[in-house]
Design a protein around this ligand. Structure first.
Ligand code: AMP
Length: 213
């Protein structure tokens, strides 16, 4: 199995080859076609399985295949990735940059504990892909400095950790601000009741993928 056999474009295959990846991991082999098909996804996968590329590669492909139109001079945010910690958010955005290096897409990462003003400047220009921790994203929503009206793809990465960290209310507030018609991807290492409840309310007829570590 090769990355191009999964339906990924030459630009993306070239970028993953440069990372030294020769073939997709099991989660990638399943998640990439599922996400490319446009449907929702519920994936049980831990860190170390290659889950980040599992959602990032098809997300990049879908965004690059659709034309982007600026809205009031601003690049509309079309994909939102929520992650529990600043470290993970930064790592995910780094992956977005690496895998998307041959694509004309832009990204940004916002998290708390650092000044908000540089983030406001970034968000004012707009990006195609925003990676964020829930608390800081909510700060921006409350200040009116982020526009989520054009989100087409939502990813909740390490959803179980986000719930453990008490982010469920913040996540619900973010969900309420998104356009109802969108693709939702939920990644979690565990499936406690709270995750199942979130999945039930968020996902519509999702593909189910579970891989061992
Ligand atoms: P993740 O589970 O997304 O945190 O990824 C774990 C590690 O696996 C990261 O260091 C990736 O760079 C690496 N990785 C992801 N996909 C592949 C692949 N197809 N082949 C080899 N390494 C990979």
């Amino acid at each position: 199995m090769s990355f191009s056999a999964l339906g990924l474009s030459d630009e993306i295959v070239r970028a993953v080859s440069e990372q030294g990846y020769t073939s997709p991991t099991p989660i990638q082999a399943q998640a990439v076609p599922a996400v490319l098909s446009g449907g929702d996804l519920l994936a049980g996968a831990q860190t170390g399985t290659g889950k980040t590329a599992g959602f990032t590669l098809p997300l990049l492909q879908r965004l690059s295949a659709a034309p982007r139109h600026k809205v009031n001079g601003q690049i509309p945010i079309r994909a939102l990735i929520l992650a529990p910690t600043r470290e993970l958010a930064a790592q995910v955005e780094e992956s977005v940059r690496q895998y998307g290096k041959y694509l004309p897409l832009t990204s940004a990462c916002i998290f708390g504990g650092v000044g908000i003003n540089p983030q406001i400047a970034l968000l004012k220009r707009g990006v195609d892909i925003l990676v964020a921790t829930p608390g800081r994203l909510l700060d921006h929503m409350q200040q009116g400095t982020v526009n989520l009206h054009h989100i087409q793809i939502l990813v909740l990465d390490e959803a179980d950790r986000m719930l453990d960290m008490g982010f469920i209310r913040d996540i619900r507030k973010v969900l309420a601000a998104l356009p109802p018609k969108r693709q939702n991807l939920l990644f979690s290492a565990t499936f406690a009741d709270e995750i199942k409840k979130l999945a039930d309310s968020l996902l519509s007829n999702p593909a189910l993928i579970e891989v061992a570590r």
